[in-house]
Design a protein around this ligand. Structure first.
Ligand SMILES: [Zn+2]
Length: 140
């Protein structure tokens, strides 16, 4: 009895090969070449699965971003409504305690102030959207 392995026929390529030990001769069915080819194939398959999983995660992230973009108009509308409501409430409080001419000036000042704030907010939002779009590569 040989101290190191037994001779078997590779189930893949059919060549004779020596198993590593007598014990492993029970389960070894492939020669070294076929065995490492199979291992490489498995590694490639594993890598493919990882890439696919990463792609899917990126896809779902992109989808989430797209959904957020779809809602952005509504978000801006609601924000704008809040700003306008705040401005009107503030203006009304001041108008209650003033003459008509003063009231006119107060309204104009408020409208100017709120318009500037609103424009700044829109500009900021716009820059954020542009940055996100670039980051996700959606700007082609
Ligand atoms: Zn083989």
């Amino acid at each position: 009895m040989s101290a190191r392995g037994i001779v078997k026929e590779c189930t893949v390529c059919g060549t004779s090969f020596k198993t590593k030990t007598n014990t492993s001769g029970v389960w070894e069915t492939r020669c070294d070449t076929c065995h490492s080819a199979r291992k490489t194939k498995h590694s490639v398959q594993k890598l493919n699965r990882q890439v696919q999983s990463n792609m899917m995660s990126l896809e779902s992230r992109t989808k989430t971003m797209e959904e957020k973009f779809a809602n952005i108009e509504l978000v801006i509308e609601v924000a704008a409504r809040d700003i306008v409501t705040d401005a009107i409430t503030k203006a009304l409080e001041e108008i209650k305690a003033s003459t008509l001419e003063e009231a006119k000036q107060i309204i104009e000042a408020h409208v100017e102030e709120q318009t500037e704030k609103w424009q700044m907010q829109l500009l900021k939002m716009n820059n954020r959207i542009r940055a996100l779009t670039k980051e996700l590569g959606l700007d082609d």
